[in-house]
Design a protein around this ligand. Structure first.
Ligand SMILES: Cc1cc2nc3c(=O)[nH]c(=O)nc-3n(C[C@H](O)[C@H](O)[C@H](O)COP(=O)(O)OP(=O)(O)OC[C@H]3O[C@@H](n4cnc5c(N)ncnc54)[C@H](O)[C@@H]3O)c2cc1C
Length: 430
């Protein structure tokens, strides 16, 4: 049986960006439905760094105290060429209220956002609801949403199979596609999703150690090697190591939902330790326990447009980037803020629909620049030759966006060209 629902904004995807957009719209008094095909929030640390700019946005949304209490401050990033320390940036020299980045596992952030939505009282996420069709209709959109369930199949060895238990037709004034790299909203809107760079395979490993990790992230850039040690707490960190190119084209990786932590065996921990030690003996703290280890392919992609008509994209539905600077999740949070604000002005203040075209232009311009850092950056005379040579890779691994990215670049003797600054900082407002 088909059920019907009407709402002002349908948010497809309850990842961090979709939940943040839904929260801001709800608080602005907009009627929102938020659906997700999975059964719950993610269960791993994934994009585990918040940029200074994101801390501002979370502070504006009243979430700063919780993220600060659960997170771990990161004050500096040092860059290495093999054993040689070549450059560093000091985030504490940034102006503004939040001169640091915060290490916060993505599952913790998602849990907080879900709780905030619940606290609003009316917008519980509809988990196990998958968008299967979307059409523009009249002055809005009509979405077909499948309600998913599970059924045990097989007699001797039962296994669980997904079943469609029902269908929901949702009529909405607008739809936000926050449904990640394999976005169905983007497909239904017929928006091209092209790679803008080569795929790279990274090993990600969250581990505990008896050593003091400190508050400095360390990045190694040497030939094709790219590695980062990112603090997660005083005695835990994330290793991100480039292991090569994936064999053949790679699909976007899936987020896990199971809460069970399977500790890697002592043998695997030892093998990993030896591998890291062989590559980077100068900063390889001893691994006490591995909490998560996975090879993940990353392909930089950018949607041809951020939306049209009544359907607009945010977050990984519109772009995916590499793992080092946590750009996709953080810039996604900024997109959620801009889109929620513009939708509110259209729905409540009778503002023009042209605002949405502005949103699309602003956001694409910013990403064009972020993906083309080698042309966006102009080294100052006197900048370190190694920094000049590696400028694009260095900037792509900084935990910063917008003004803070420009300021940190200057600490390294790198400036953004006038055009690039315009793209990253000067957004159209009307
Ligand atoms: C294994 C892995 C490791 C990662 N590591 C890093 C890292 O080291 N550094 C980094 O910066 N980033 C990393 N990321 C990427 C980071 O997690 C994303 O940038 C972030 O999740 C983007 O948030 P989002 O809300 O835009 O999309 P997502 O978090 O992808 O959320 C999209 C949601 O939409 C739902 N959905 C999809 N299709 C439908 C549909 N048809 N109907 C309803 N719901 C739907 C999905 O279930 C999902 O919950 C990693 C991602 C993965 C999977």
């Amino acid at each position: 049986m088909k059920h019907h629902k009407e709402t002002e904004v349908l948010v497809v995807g309850a990842g961090p960006v979709g939940m943040f957009a839904a929260l801001l719209l709800t608080r602005a008094g907009i009627d929102v439905e938020i659906i997700d095909q999975s059964e719950r929030t993610a269960s791993r640390s994934y994009g585990c760094g918040l940029h200074p700019h994101s801390l501002h946005l979370l502070n504006d949304a009243g979430l700063f105290d919780s993220v600060r209490d659960a997170g771990y401050r990161v004050d500096a990033v040092a860059f290495y060429d093999h054993a040689r320390r070549r450059a560093e940036v000091d985030l504490s020299r940034l102006s503004g209220e939040f001169p640091y980045a915060l290490a916060l596992p993505q599952d913790t952030l998602e849990g907080m956002l879900e709780k905030e939505l619940e606290a609003e009282g009316k917008n519980h996420i509809r988990w196990n609801h998958r968008l299967s069709e979307l059409n523009h209709s009249g002055g809005g959109v009509v979405a077909v949403v499948e309600q998913l369930g599970w059924s045990a199949q097989g007699y001797v060895v039962p296994h669980m199979e997904e079943v469609i238990e029902g269908e929901l037709e949702v009529k909405a004034d607008f739809v936000i596609g926050a449904d990640g790299p394999a976005s169905e909203v983007r497909t239904c809107l017929n928006i091209d999703w092209a790679p803008v760079g080569a795929s790279e395979l990274f090993a990600l490993c969250d581990f505990e150690t008896d050593a003091e990790i400190g508050r400095e992230a360390r990045v190694l850039l040497a030939g094709h090697e790219t590695e980062m040690l990112w603090p997660l707490s005083a005695n835990a960190a994330r290793w991100t190591l480039r292991v090569g190119s994936p064999d053949g084209p790679s699909d976007a990786p899936h987020k896990e939902r199971t809460r069970i932590i399977v500790r890697e065996s002592a043998d695997r921990a030892t093998a990993f330790q030896q591998w890291v030690q062989a590559r980077t003996p100068w900063f390889a703290p001893p691994v006490k326990a591995i909490n998560w280890l996975r090879d993940v392919p990353f392909t930089p992609r950018l949607a041809k447009e951020f939306g049209h008509g009544r359907g607009w994209l945010v977050g990984d539905a519109a772009h995916t980037s590499g793992p080092l600077g946590f750009q996709s999740i953080n810039v996604g949070l900024s997109e959620a803020v801009e889109l929620a604000d513009k939708l509110k002005r259209i729905l409540r203040d009778d503002a023009s629909m042209d605002l949405l075209e502005t949103y699309g232009r602003n956001r694409r311009r910013e990403w064009e620049c972020l993906f083309d850092l080698s042309h966006a950056v102009v080294p100052e005379t006197g900048a370190d030759p190694w920094v000049k040579e590696n400028a694009a890779r260095i900037l792509a691994s900084l935990p910063a966006s917008s003004e803070e990215l420009v300021s940190l670049a200057r600490q390294l003797g790198l400036d953004f060209s006038a055009d690039a600054q315009k793209r990253v900082l000067e957004f159209e407002t009307a």
